[in-house]
Design a protein around this ligand. Structure first.
Ligand SMILES: Nc1ncnc2c1ncn2[C@@H]1O[C@H](COP(=O)(O)OP(=O)(O)OP(=O)(O)O)[C@@H](O)[C@H]1O
Length: 242
């Protein structure tokens, strides 16, 4: 579904992504994990068109998408739930959700999707007329994901869905990701922590200092050793000394 080859991007002279190769196949949940500053958010921003790459190619469903603007990519079925969720805090839950479906012309189907989303996230149904800024962190995360679903993406990218959430709430958010994936949504999820991802992931990429340090299926990486080594850079002499 998504194929990335030799992708580079950065901020001025800082190279944040150094020749990234990555792919997401239809039906997968792919996780990208890595420490602070590894380039995870930059990767999602570049895929979703918020940043222009300095090199490399990206294709989505076989079509070249390198350098395309976010609105166009959104219409092609790519949705991003950014870090920090970026919901509209002064609007109601309902209004936030309606904004998600705004770009759609199939209004009857959008209404049916809204019902489906409220069934997946019952807390949003309970708080439907309430102000989004009054939701807890976990509820806001669910709202951000629900709003992205209403764009009817074929690939949803989520930047650190567990950020700042209590373990029980992370379980709820991850359960909803599992359910969405079972319903046919392909997911590319960025997380800083490797805890909990093995149960959910189809495949995992470890990003360090802007490059892919490791890629493997969840079953290949199940014992966690290779994952830890790549994450902390034990096989990288410079990182090991630091
Ligand atoms: N707006 C910016 N201007 C300049 N440098 C930036 C900017 N945003 C990120 N960087 C730098 O780019 C590199 C990659 O940052 P990025 O935010 O992509 O990492 P990350 O893996 O998402 O980290 P975190 O888990 O802390 O969010 C870091 O060195 C960071 O300091």
């Amino acid at each position: 579904m998504l194929e990335i080859r030799g992708l580079t991007a950065g901020y001025g002279r800082l190279a944040a992504l150094k020749s990234i190769d990555l792919e997401v196949r239809t039906g997968e949940i792919v996780f990208v994990v890595g420490p602070n500053g590894a380039g995870k958010s930059t990767l999602l921003k570049t895929i979703s068109g918020l940043m222009v790459p300095t090199g490399g190619t990206m294709t989505f469903n076989g079509e070249p998408i390198t350098g395309q603007v976010p609105e166009k990519l959104c219409r092609k079925g790519l949705a991003l739930v950014p870090e920090g969720r970026s919901i509209f805090r002064t609007l109601t839950v309902r209004e936030n959700l309606l904004l998600g479906g705004m770009i759609r012309k199939d209004k009857a189907e959008a209404a049916a999707d809204l019902e489906r989303v409220l069934a997946i996230f019952p807390i949003l149904k309970a708080r439907y007329r309430g102000v989004a800024g009054h939701l807890s962190g976990g509820e806001q995360q669910q709202l951000a994901i629900a709003r992205a679903i209403l764009q009817r993406p074929s690939l949803m990218m989520i930047d650190e869905p567990s950020l700042g959430l209590a373990p029980l709430v992370i379980d709820q958010v991850y359960d909803s990701l599992r359910q969405l994936n079972a319903d046919g949504l392909t997911l590319l999820v960025v997380e800083q922590s490797t805890a909990r991802i093995l149960d959910l992931a189809s495949r995992i990429y470890v990003l360090r200092n802007g490059h892919v340090a490791l890629e493997g299926s969840a079953s290949d990486l199940a014992d966690g050793h290779a994952l830890e080594e790549a994450y902390f850079g034990y096989s990288d002499p410079q990182a090991a000394q630091a």
